[in-house]
Ligand binder design. Structure first.
Ligand SMILES: NC(=O)C[C@H](N)C(=O)O
Length: 357
């Protein structure tokens, strides 16, 4: 049993009825939005309405997701494709690439105005940034999930999905990069991160949301200053795989073995999720220098989540030939590093990419 949200939809504005036929047809034409379903809690089901945290993700197929939100047919012509049926913690790089290619192919079609990707929330921020970097289109892409399964009291998936379709079909969303609609807000896919593991207001960006969706209408207040979509130098059509990038989490009393294990596992780069300003323990510096001198890249980011990591603050990055992640958190820095490495291994170029994207 799915929880349904049936929202009232407004009639065609009277202005449209007075327009010449062609213009009226154009105004009345509903956008075509394709929903690519990948699983997650938005497709989850629990045993009882009280189960908001205990349930199985990735159970409900895309046709049932669409049927559960009939209000979507008022804002767009919607059709669905089941790409995967997985919890997002199980996403692999190969699946990211496959999803990116499908989004890109769909957006090249004249009869597709926007794409919605339903996704688990755990790694939604990685997928949103990845698509933002590699899909060369200005058409709206919205990645959406839910914090509660559809069977739970006050399930958030139906409204999040309706909002996603509304944004994906809206003219104001064109050129805004990948967006995420959770909890009535429109977030930049590049910036947004999951901050809380159990509430509908889990998604947050340190630079603020782009806008809101209220009662089926989009309200934008800002746009990202970072390169994305058509302005990106990366293109999923030219990417068939991603290099391995590992994250090592910073804390007190660390041990060098974690970095060495990443190198042994074939990591082309290690994102150091450092303490504070991306700081590196004095007793680890030689290990990281040695790893870099043998070819593996070191990207300094911060486990703090907010703020910006600057070059040559904390550590002499110029001297050690390390890169800093700027404002990207470690998991986002991992995605940008992997995408950038498909084009260049030059650290000056990589640093430029971290400033620009
Ligand atoms: N709320 C969720 O979607 C969590 C789930 N583990 C997932 O990412 O697929």
């Amino acid at each position: 049993a799915l929880a349904c949200a049936s929202l009232p939809l407004g009639p065609l504005p009277s202005a449209a009825r007075e327009m010449p036929d062609a213009a009226a047809d154009q105004a009345a034409r509903k956008p075509n939005v394709v929903i690519l379903a990948t699983g997650g809690t938005i497709a989850g089901a629990g045993a009882d309405a009280a189960n908001s945290a205990t349930y199985q993700a990735a159970k409900v197929p895309v046709d049932k997701l669409i049927a559960a939100v009939p209000a979507m047919s008022g804002v767009a012509n919607v059709r669905g494709e089941q790409v995967f049926q997985i919890a997002s913690e199980s996403f692999t790089d190969a699946q990211l690439v496959e999803l990116g290619k499908r989004v890109s192919a769909l957006l090249k079609q004249d009869d597709v105005d926007g794409v919605v990707v339903t996704h688990g929330t755990d790694t939604l921020e990685e997928t949103a940034l990845f698509l933002d970097l590699v899909v060369k289109s200005d058409k709206p892409i919205v990645v959406v999930g839910s914090m509660r399964p559809s069977t739970a009291i006050s399930a958030d998936g139906a409204l999040n999905l309706l909002d996603a379709v509304t944004v994906a079909g809206s003219k104001e969303a064109v050129g805004k990069g990948v967006m995420v609609t959770m909890n009535d807000q429109i977030q930049a896919g590049r910036d947004v991160t999951k901050r809380v593991n159990v509430v509908p207001s889990a998604f947050y960006s340190q630079w603020g949301p782009l806008g809101m969706v209220v009662e089926g209408k989009t309200y934008f207040f800002r746009s990202s200053a970072k390169r994305h979509g058509k302005a990106s130098e990366f293109d999923i059509d030219a990417i068939d795989s991603l290099p391995t990038v590992a994250i090592v989490y910073g804390s007190g009393n660390m041990y060098p073995g974690a970095y060495k294990a990443a190198v042994d596992a074939g990591a082309k780069a290690i994102v150091h999720a450092g303490t504070g300003n991306g700081s590196v323990a004095g007793y680890l510096v030689d290990t990281l220098k040695d790893i870099r001198s043998k070819g593996t890249l070191i990207v300094r980011s911060s486990r703090v989540g907010d703020g910006i990591v600057l070059r040559n603050a904390e550590q002499p990055d110029d001297k050690y030939d390390w890169v800093v992640a700027h404002d990207l958190n470690p998991q986002k820095a991992k995605i940008l590093t992997a995408v950038a490495l498909t084009k260049t291994g030059d650290t000056k170029e990589l640093q430029r990419i971290f400033w620009e994207y």
